[in-house]
Design a binder for this molecule. Structure first.
Ligand code: SF4
Length: 351
Protein backbone atom coordinates (compact mmCIF):
# COMPACT_ATOMS: atom_id res chain seq x y z
CA UNK A 1 0.00 0.00 0.00
CA UNK A 2 1.77 3.22 -1.09
CA UNK A 3 2.41 6.02 1.36
CA UNK A 4 2.36 9.59 0.04
CA UNK A 5 3.79 12.71 1.57
CA UNK A 6 0.74 14.95 1.42
CA UNK A 7 1.49 18.51 2.54
CA UNK A 8 4.11 17.10 4.93
CA UNK A 9 1.84 14.37 6.32
CA UNK A 10 2.34 10.65 5.50
CA UNK A 11 -0.90 9.36 3.99
CA UNK A 12 -1.43 5.67 3.19
CA UNK A 13 -3.59 5.00 0.17
CA UNK A 14 -4.77 1.51 -0.89
CA UNK A 15 -3.42 1.82 -4.45
CA UNK A 16 -1.46 4.19 -6.71
CA UNK A 17 -3.31 7.48 -6.36
CA UNK A 18 -4.32 9.50 -9.41
CA UNK A 19 -3.07 13.10 -9.52
CA UNK A 20 -6.62 14.35 -8.89
CA UNK A 21 -6.80 12.22 -5.74
CA UNK A 22 -3.49 13.58 -4.47
CA UNK A 23 -4.71 17.15 -5.02
CA UNK A 24 -7.94 16.36 -3.18
CA UNK A 25 -6.09 14.82 -0.22
CA UNK A 26 -3.70 17.76 -0.12
CA UNK A 27 -6.63 20.16 0.27
CA UNK A 28 -8.02 18.04 3.12
CA UNK A 29 -4.69 17.91 4.96
CA UNK A 30 -4.02 21.65 4.53
CA UNK A 31 -7.48 22.51 5.89
CA UNK A 32 -6.93 20.23 8.90
CA UNK A 33 -3.45 21.58 9.57
CA UNK A 34 -4.78 25.13 9.54
CA UNK A 35 -7.98 24.32 11.39
CA UNK A 36 -10.00 25.79 8.54
CA UNK A 37 -13.21 24.84 6.77
CA UNK A 38 -12.87 23.38 3.28
CA UNK A 39 -15.53 23.01 0.63
CA UNK A 40 -14.29 20.28 -1.70
CA UNK A 41 -15.76 19.04 -4.93
CA UNK A 42 -14.65 16.26 -7.22
CA UNK A 43 -16.35 14.45 -10.13
CA UNK A 44 -18.26 11.22 -9.48
CA UNK A 45 -16.05 8.15 -9.52
CA UNK A 46 -12.86 9.87 -8.39
CA UNK A 47 -12.84 8.16 -4.99
CA UNK A 48 -13.79 11.14 -2.84
CA UNK A 49 -14.77 9.05 0.19
CA UNK A 50 -11.57 7.02 0.15
CA UNK A 51 -9.49 10.21 -0.27
CA UNK A 52 -11.31 11.89 2.60
CA UNK A 53 -10.83 8.92 4.92
CA UNK A 54 -7.18 8.33 4.06
CA UNK A 55 -6.28 12.03 4.34
CA UNK A 56 -8.22 12.66 7.56
CA UNK A 57 -7.01 9.48 9.29
CA UNK A 58 -3.43 10.01 8.09
CA UNK A 59 -3.54 13.57 9.47
CA UNK A 60 -5.03 12.35 12.77
CA UNK A 61 -2.27 9.74 13.16
CA UNK A 62 0.43 12.33 12.40
CA UNK A 63 -1.22 14.81 14.79
CA UNK A 64 -1.16 12.25 17.62
CA UNK A 65 2.46 11.30 16.93
CA UNK A 66 3.57 14.94 16.79
CA UNK A 67 1.82 15.72 20.02
CA UNK A 68 3.26 12.63 21.68
CA UNK A 69 6.77 13.64 20.62
CA UNK A 70 6.40 17.12 22.10
CA UNK A 71 4.55 16.21 25.29
CA UNK A 72 6.88 16.15 28.31
CA UNK A 73 6.95 12.78 30.02
CA UNK A 74 5.09 12.93 33.32
CA UNK A 75 4.44 10.29 35.97
CA UNK A 76 1.95 7.72 34.76
CA UNK A 77 -1.67 8.20 35.78
CA UNK A 78 -3.22 5.30 37.72
CA UNK A 79 -0.82 2.25 37.65
CA UNK A 80 0.46 2.13 34.03
CA UNK A 81 3.91 0.51 33.84
CA UNK A 82 6.73 3.04 34.16
CA UNK A 83 8.79 1.99 31.13
CA UNK A 84 5.94 1.80 28.64
CA UNK A 85 3.44 4.26 29.98
CA UNK A 86 3.58 6.61 26.99
CA UNK A 87 2.95 3.68 24.64
CA UNK A 88 0.23 2.35 26.91
CA UNK A 89 -1.33 5.74 27.06
CA UNK A 90 -1.26 6.12 23.30
CA UNK A 91 -2.86 2.71 22.94
CA UNK A 92 -5.56 3.74 25.38
CA UNK A 93 -6.39 7.01 23.65
CA UNK A 94 -9.55 5.50 22.28
CA UNK A 95 -10.51 3.97 25.60
CA UNK A 96 -10.12 7.04 27.78
CA UNK A 97 -11.27 10.42 26.54
CA UNK A 98 -12.12 11.74 29.94
CA UNK A 99 -8.97 13.86 29.90
CA UNK A 100 -6.93 11.82 32.35
CA UNK A 101 -5.33 9.55 29.78
CA UNK A 102 -5.37 11.38 26.47
CA UNK A 103 -2.12 12.81 25.22
CA UNK A 104 -2.90 14.96 22.26
CA UNK A 105 -5.13 17.97 22.43
CA UNK A 106 -4.78 20.65 25.02
CA UNK A 107 -8.31 19.92 26.17
CA UNK A 108 -7.34 16.39 27.01
CA UNK A 109 -8.19 14.25 24.03
CA UNK A 110 -7.23 13.54 20.48
CA UNK A 111 -9.44 14.85 17.69
CA UNK A 112 -12.27 12.57 16.71
CA UNK A 113 -13.38 12.30 13.11
CA UNK A 114 -17.13 12.81 12.84
CA UNK A 115 -18.37 11.67 9.48
CA UNK A 116 -21.92 12.76 8.68
CA UNK A 117 -23.99 11.59 5.78
CA UNK A 118 -27.65 11.79 4.82
CA UNK A 119 -28.64 8.16 5.23
CA UNK A 120 -27.39 5.03 6.92
CA UNK A 121 -27.01 3.23 3.62
CA UNK A 122 -24.54 5.96 2.57
CA UNK A 123 -22.71 5.47 5.87
CA UNK A 124 -22.56 1.72 5.24
CA UNK A 125 -20.79 2.52 1.98
CA UNK A 126 -18.30 4.72 3.88
CA UNK A 127 -17.59 1.84 6.28
CA UNK A 128 -16.84 -0.40 3.28
CA UNK A 129 -14.36 2.23 2.04
CA UNK A 130 -12.78 2.46 5.48
CA UNK A 131 -12.12 -1.30 5.37
CA UNK A 132 -9.99 -0.75 2.26
CA UNK A 133 -7.58 1.52 4.17
CA UNK A 134 -4.75 0.57 6.56
CA UNK A 135 -6.56 2.30 9.41
CA UNK A 136 -8.48 0.37 12.05
CA UNK A 137 -9.83 3.10 14.33
CA UNK A 138 -12.39 2.62 17.10
CA UNK A 139 -15.62 3.16 15.23
CA UNK A 140 -19.09 4.05 16.46
CA UNK A 141 -22.24 4.56 14.42
CA UNK A 142 -25.25 6.39 15.77
CA UNK A 143 -28.77 5.52 14.75
CA UNK A 144 -32.36 5.63 15.89
CA UNK A 145 -34.18 3.25 18.21
CA UNK A 146 -35.96 1.97 15.13
CA UNK A 147 -32.63 0.84 13.71
CA UNK A 148 -31.12 -0.47 16.93
CA UNK A 149 -33.86 -1.70 19.24
CA UNK A 150 -33.61 -5.43 19.99
CA UNK A 151 -36.46 -5.75 22.49
CA UNK A 152 -38.72 -8.48 21.04
CA UNK A 153 -41.96 -6.52 21.58
CA UNK A 154 -40.82 -2.90 21.27
CA UNK A 155 -39.04 -3.43 17.96
CA UNK A 156 -42.31 -4.51 16.35
CA UNK A 157 -43.47 -0.90 16.65
CA UNK A 158 -42.35 2.12 14.66
CA UNK A 159 -41.65 5.85 14.99
CA UNK A 160 -42.99 7.71 18.00
CA UNK A 161 -44.82 4.62 19.30
CA UNK A 162 -41.53 2.73 19.46
CA UNK A 163 -39.76 5.66 21.15
CA UNK A 164 -42.55 6.01 23.70
CA UNK A 165 -42.57 2.27 24.44
CA UNK A 166 -38.80 2.30 24.97
CA UNK A 167 -38.94 5.37 27.20
CA UNK A 168 -41.70 3.78 29.32
CA UNK A 169 -39.72 0.54 29.71
CA UNK A 170 -36.43 2.23 30.54
CA UNK A 171 -38.08 4.59 33.03
CA UNK A 172 -39.49 1.53 34.80
CA UNK A 173 -36.17 -0.29 34.35
CA UNK A 174 -38.04 -3.12 32.65
CA UNK A 175 -35.94 -3.67 29.54
CA UNK A 176 -33.32 -6.35 30.28
CA UNK A 177 -30.99 -5.01 27.54
CA UNK A 178 -31.06 -1.56 29.12
CA UNK A 179 -30.64 -2.95 32.64
CA UNK A 180 -27.57 -4.91 31.57
CA UNK A 181 -26.04 -1.76 30.11
CA UNK A 182 -26.59 0.12 33.37
CA UNK A 183 -25.13 -2.81 35.37
CA UNK A 184 -22.04 -2.87 33.13
CA UNK A 185 -21.60 0.87 33.49
CA UNK A 186 -21.74 0.60 37.25
CA UNK A 187 -19.17 -2.21 37.21
CA UNK A 188 -16.86 -0.14 35.00
CA UNK A 189 -17.07 2.90 37.25
CA UNK A 190 -19.62 4.95 35.33
CA UNK A 191 -18.65 4.68 31.67
CA UNK A 192 -18.12 1.84 29.24
CA UNK A 193 -14.84 1.42 27.36
CA UNK A 194 -15.07 0.76 23.64
CA UNK A 195 -15.30 -3.06 23.22
CA UNK A 196 -12.39 -2.98 20.74
CA UNK A 197 -10.15 -0.67 22.75
CA UNK A 198 -8.11 -3.54 24.17
CA UNK A 199 -7.51 -5.17 20.76
CA UNK A 200 -4.31 -4.29 18.88
CA UNK A 201 -5.27 -1.83 16.13
CA UNK A 202 -3.92 -4.04 13.33
CA UNK A 203 -6.25 -6.91 14.22
CA UNK A 204 -9.43 -4.87 14.71
CA UNK A 205 -12.39 -5.39 12.41
CA UNK A 206 -14.35 -2.37 11.18
CA UNK A 207 -17.97 -3.11 12.12
CA UNK A 208 -20.91 -1.79 10.16
CA UNK A 209 -24.26 -1.06 11.76
CA UNK A 210 -25.44 -4.68 11.47
CA UNK A 211 -22.22 -6.07 12.98
CA UNK A 212 -22.44 -3.59 15.84
CA UNK A 213 -26.08 -4.36 16.52
CA UNK A 214 -25.68 -8.11 16.48
CA UNK A 215 -22.53 -7.95 18.66
CA UNK A 216 -24.33 -5.83 21.25
CA UNK A 217 -27.52 -7.88 21.17
CA UNK A 218 -26.18 -11.43 20.96
CA UNK A 219 -22.71 -11.34 22.54
CA UNK A 220 -23.05 -8.55 25.10
CA UNK A 221 -26.85 -8.72 25.54
CA UNK A 222 -26.81 -4.94 25.88
CA UNK A 223 -29.11 -2.44 24.16
CA UNK A 224 -27.29 -1.35 20.96
CA UNK A 225 -29.10 2.01 20.90
CA UNK A 226 -27.88 3.13 24.32
CA UNK A 227 -24.52 1.40 23.86
CA UNK A 228 -23.80 3.45 20.74
CA UNK A 229 -24.52 6.61 22.70
CA UNK A 230 -22.10 5.49 25.40
CA UNK A 231 -19.36 4.69 22.92
CA UNK A 232 -19.58 7.78 20.75
CA UNK A 233 -17.39 9.75 23.17
CA UNK A 234 -14.62 7.15 23.18
CA UNK A 235 -14.57 6.45 19.44
CA UNK A 236 -11.93 7.62 16.98
CA UNK A 237 -14.41 7.80 14.12
CA UNK A 238 -18.07 8.54 14.63
CA UNK A 239 -20.53 7.93 11.81
CA UNK A 240 -23.90 9.63 12.02
CA UNK A 241 -26.70 11.12 9.93
CA UNK A 242 -26.56 14.92 9.47
CA UNK A 243 -29.44 15.72 11.77
CA UNK A 244 -27.61 14.45 14.87
CA UNK A 245 -25.00 17.13 14.29
CA UNK A 246 -27.21 19.90 13.05
CA UNK A 247 -29.91 19.68 15.68
CA UNK A 248 -28.63 21.34 18.87
CA UNK A 249 -30.96 19.20 20.99
CA UNK A 250 -29.45 16.00 19.58
CA UNK A 251 -25.94 17.37 20.03
CA UNK A 252 -26.64 18.19 23.63
CA UNK A 253 -28.29 14.83 24.31
CA UNK A 254 -25.28 13.08 22.79
CA UNK A 255 -22.79 15.35 24.50
CA UNK A 256 -21.02 15.94 21.18
CA UNK A 257 -18.19 18.42 21.60
CA UNK A 258 -17.37 20.19 18.37
CA UNK A 259 -14.36 22.14 19.58
CA UNK A 260 -11.71 19.50 18.92
CA UNK A 261 -13.28 17.27 16.33
CA UNK A 262 -12.96 17.02 12.57
CA UNK A 263 -16.37 17.32 10.94
CA UNK A 264 -16.92 15.83 7.52
CA UNK A 265 -20.22 16.44 5.74
CA UNK A 266 -20.39 13.95 2.90
CA UNK A 267 -22.49 14.99 -0.11
CA UNK A 268 -23.02 18.31 1.66
CA UNK A 269 -25.37 19.58 -1.05
CA UNK A 270 -28.04 17.55 0.80
CA UNK A 271 -27.63 19.51 4.03
CA UNK A 272 -30.04 22.29 3.09
CA UNK A 273 -32.80 19.79 2.30
CA UNK A 274 -32.27 17.99 5.61
CA UNK A 275 -32.45 21.35 7.43
CA UNK A 276 -35.60 22.32 5.54
CA UNK A 277 -37.24 18.96 6.29
CA UNK A 278 -36.33 19.12 9.97
CA UNK A 279 -37.66 22.67 10.31
CA UNK A 280 -40.91 21.76 8.56
CA UNK A 281 -44.06 20.42 10.06
CA UNK A 282 -46.35 17.72 8.72
CA UNK A 283 -50.05 18.26 9.30
CA UNK A 284 -52.46 15.38 8.85
CA UNK A 285 -55.62 15.84 6.79
CA UNK A 286 -57.64 15.20 9.98
CA UNK A 287 -55.89 18.09 11.76
CA UNK A 288 -56.42 20.41 8.80
CA UNK A 289 -60.08 19.36 8.46
CA UNK A 290 -60.63 20.06 12.19
CA UNK A 291 -59.08 23.53 11.86
CA UNK A 292 -61.18 24.30 8.76
CA UNK A 293 -64.33 23.21 10.60
CA UNK A 294 -63.51 25.50 13.50
CA UNK A 295 -62.85 28.45 11.23
CA UNK A 296 -66.07 27.80 9.25
CA UNK A 297 -67.94 27.94 12.53
CA UNK A 298 -66.30 31.28 13.30
CA UNK A 299 -67.28 32.69 9.93
CA UNK A 300 -70.85 31.50 10.40
CA UNK A 301 -70.81 32.89 13.94
CA UNK A 302 -69.70 36.31 12.67
CA UNK A 303 -72.51 36.29 10.13
CA UNK A 304 -75.06 35.29 12.73
CA UNK A 305 -73.96 37.62 15.53
CA UNK A 306 -76.89 38.27 17.78
CA UNK A 307 -78.48 34.89 17.15
CA UNK A 308 -78.25 31.62 15.22
CA UNK A 309 -76.62 28.24 15.63
CA UNK A 310 -72.97 29.38 15.64
CA UNK A 311 -73.40 32.75 17.29
CA UNK A 312 -71.34 31.64 20.31
CA UNK A 313 -68.27 31.20 18.10
CA UNK A 314 -67.81 35.00 18.17
CA UNK A 315 -68.17 37.03 21.35
CA UNK A 316 -69.66 40.48 21.78
CA UNK A 317 -66.38 42.17 20.86
CA UNK A 318 -66.12 40.20 17.64
CA UNK A 319 -63.31 37.93 18.98
CA UNK A 320 -63.40 34.29 17.95
CA UNK A 321 -63.63 31.54 20.52
CA UNK A 322 -63.64 27.72 20.42
CA UNK A 323 -60.70 27.57 18.04
CA UNK A 324 -58.36 25.90 20.53
CA UNK A 325 -57.37 23.12 18.11
CA UNK A 326 -56.32 25.55 15.40
CA UNK A 327 -54.52 27.78 17.89
CA UNK A 328 -52.57 24.97 19.53
CA UNK A 329 -51.69 23.55 16.12
CA UNK A 330 -50.31 26.85 14.90
CA UNK A 331 -48.60 27.59 18.22
CA UNK A 332 -46.80 24.24 18.31
CA UNK A 333 -45.89 24.52 14.64
CA UNK A 334 -44.35 27.94 14.89
CA UNK A 335 -42.60 27.23 18.21
CA UNK A 336 -41.04 23.92 17.12
CA UNK A 337 -40.08 24.91 13.62
CA UNK A 338 -38.73 28.31 14.68
CA UNK A 339 -36.61 26.66 17.38
CA UNK A 340 -35.25 23.99 15.05
CA UNK A 341 -34.56 26.44 12.26
CA UNK A 342 -32.75 28.79 14.65
CA UNK A 343 -30.61 25.90 15.95
CA UNK A 344 -29.65 24.78 12.45
CA UNK A 345 -28.87 28.30 11.29
CA UNK A 346 -26.65 28.99 14.30
CA UNK A 347 -24.71 25.77 13.70
CA UNK A 348 -24.13 26.52 10.04
CA UNK A 349 -23.00 30.06 10.75
CA UNK A 350 -20.83 29.21 13.74
CA UNK A 351 -20.55 25.49 14.61
S1 SF4 B 1 -33.65 0.11 25.87
FE1 SF4 B 1 -32.94 -0.53 23.85
S2 SF4 B 1 -33.62 -2.63 23.59
FE2 SF4 B 1 -34.77 -1.76 25.31
S3 SF4 B 1 -36.63 -1.00 24.39
FE3 SF4 B 1 -35.21 0.72 24.39
S4 SF4 B 1 -34.14 0.67 22.41
FE4 SF4 B 1 -35.20 -1.31 22.71
Amino acid sequence: MPTYNVAGVPVDFPFEAYPVQLVYMEKVVIALERGENALLESPTGTGKTLCLLCAALGWRRAHIERHRATTPVAPPPGGLREANWVEDLAASIGADRSGAGAVTASEGRSPRIIYASRTHSQLQQVVRELRRTVHRPLVCMLGSREQFCCHPEVRKQAGTALNAACQALTAANECSFYRRLQDEKRKQGGSLPHPQASEPEASRAVPDIEDFKSHAERRLEICPFYLSRELQASSDVLFLPYNYLLDPKSRKALNICLQRDVLIFDEAHNVDKVCADAASLNLTTIEIAGAVRELDRCIDGARNRGGGADADAVDDDGDVSNVSNSRSLLGAASRDTRGTARGFASFLVSP
